[in-house]
Design a protein around this ligand. Structure first.
Ligand code: HEM
Length: 441
């Protein structure tokens, strides 16, 4: 049995120091040592597994050797004990079965009009000649989209209030472990919990209102689905409904906003990619036709732009599991009890799977394009994979497509500055934001 590569104490200390300020640099440093590297000490001891083969083992072929709960317990103060994202085993399977239909393609298609309306509104607020910061603008826009699609338009009036309440709680759970003490005497924790309680009061009031309302109103939002799902065998309590809804907001909002900011930079700083997208938009949606789900399916260049920007800038640079049973990863034995991390960031920039990995080339994804290649299994893991693949992936991709269309079609944005450095622990965001000068088309 071969153990994972264990770097020298000096190198481990250097990586630990680097990780505190530059996670992405630290990952690249570790990946130089091999595909399965064991670093740290005591409770901070982690195995980092890099590459498509390791991803396949963790996400799919040996997924039953790993658990989530311990790894993600830091989310529980806000997401709740029963949230799908922190569940394991039968609880996870049951909750996923109940929540999944809310994210079926047909339902997501029904959200396109709301998404388009919100992006149009955001872009319409910009004035010619001003410089906008796109990450901030996208965060606000996506927050409104998430609230409306999860809770419906009735709740829209309170959506801003709900989002404002929840924001400090989300910021708290994104803190690195060394800046957290989950105890009431720790003021930031107390503030976060007060924020969560205020947001919860709104959610519980909405749940009560919906339960008391006549069932004759046709609704298309995730909350209504979760409440309807109670009628069957897989019943959800109010607490479970609350935990799913709040954790969906938490899972879907920072990630998609970061992805939108990276995509905007990639698209707007490449005139030839933008020109091809504009030509495709004009062909499929001539004369400013409304964006709909059928059109999105016909836009292959758009698909390439979104997939490629998610490849180079995956919002989750790493994710992890707890090893429950000894497991072999790329020929190395990782013992039970260890935390193991996999990295979309490293794998998706690895020349073993991606020729010219640092080139932004949407054509890789477009059949018939000279750059098109078959994508190796588990080499693009932006949304994880296997039974725990991101539930919101179709929703996120649809949002990104709608955003790209409006950024390309409705305005002429000139990006200011080079590609920003990646920063952030839970979500990889562009350091300093993405600044663009607004011109009219
Ligand atoms: C670009 C945006 C997004 C990215 C990059 C992303 C990424 C991920 C990843 C990597 C995982 C799996 C982690 C793992 O297995 O290690 C995951 C899980 C999950 N995501 Fe997303 N996500 C995004 C958007 C969303 C949205 C919009 C929602 C819902 C509104 C969502 C809901 C979830 C849920 C519920 C899970 C847990 C699934 C389960 O445990 O069965 N995500 N996401």
């Amino acid at each position: 049995m071969t153990a994972p590569v264990r770097p020298s104490i000096g190198r481990s200390l250097r990586v630990a120091r680097l990780a505190a300020t530059d996670l992405h640099g630290a990952l690249a440093d570790l990946a130089e040592l091999g595909d399965v590297v064991d670093v740290g000490w005591g409770p901070q001891r982690f195995v980092y597994a890099f590459g498509a083969e390791a991803n396949e083992t963790i996400l799919s072929s040996h997924a039953d050797h790993f658990s989530w709960h311990d790894f993600l317990q830091t989310l529980i103060p806000v997401d709740g004990e029963t949230a799908l994202v922190v569940s394991d085993g039968d609880d996870h399977a049951r909750r996923r079965r109940v929540v999944q239909p809310a994210f079926h393609r047909r339902r997501i298609d029904g959200y396109v009009a709301t998404m388009s309306e919100e992006v149009t509104r955001t872009v319409g607020e910009w004035t010619e000649g001003e410089t906008v910061e796109l990450h901030t603008a996208m965060r606000a826009c996506i927050r409104r989209i998430v609230m409306r699609t999860l809770f419906g338009d009735d709740f829209a009036a309170q959506a801003t209030q709900f989002g404002d309440h929840l924001e400090p709680a989300l910021v708290y759970i994104n803190r690195p472990p060394w800046r957290r003490v989950d105890r009431r005497w720790f003021p930031p924790y107390r503030t976060a919990m007060a924020a969560r309680d205020a947001a919860d009061r709104l959610v519980y009031a909405e749940i009560a209102r919906r339960r008391g309302a006549p069932a004759d109103q046709e609704r298309n939002d995730v909350l209504s689905w979760l409440l309807e799902a109670q009628e069957g065998e897989a019943a959800l309590s109010d607490v479970e409904v609350r935990d799913q809804v709040v954790s969906l907001v938490a899972a879907g909002y920072d990630t998609t906003a970061a992805a939108a900011a990276w995509m905007a930079h990639a698209l707007l700083s490449r005139p030839e990619v933008l020109a091809d997208l504009r030509a495709e938009i004009e062909r499929v949606l001539p004369d400013g036709a409304p964006v709909d789900a059928v059109a999105l399916q016909q836009m292959h260049w758009l698909d390439g732009v979104v997939s490629e920007s998610l490849r180079l800038w995956p919002p989750g640079a790493v994710s992890g599991r707890r090893v429950e049973r000894d497991v072999e990863v790329c020929g190395r034995t990782v013992p039970a009890g260890r935390m193991i991390m996999y990295s979309p960031w490293i794998t998706q920039r690895d020349p073993r799977w991606w020729p010219d990995p640092l080139e932004f080339e949407p054509g890789r994804w477009v059949e018939g394009h000279p750059a098109h290649r078959r994508i190796a299994p588990s080499s693009w893991v932006v949304f994880g994979g296997g039974a725990r693949r991101c539930l919101g992936f179709a929703m996120a991709i649809t949002e990104l497509k709608v955003i790209a269309i409006h950024l390309a079609r409705d305005v002429d944005l000139r990006v200011v500055g080079a590609v920003p450095a990646p920063t952030g622990l839970a979500t990889t965001v562009p350091a300093g934001g993405v600044h663009a000068m607004v011109g009219r088309r």
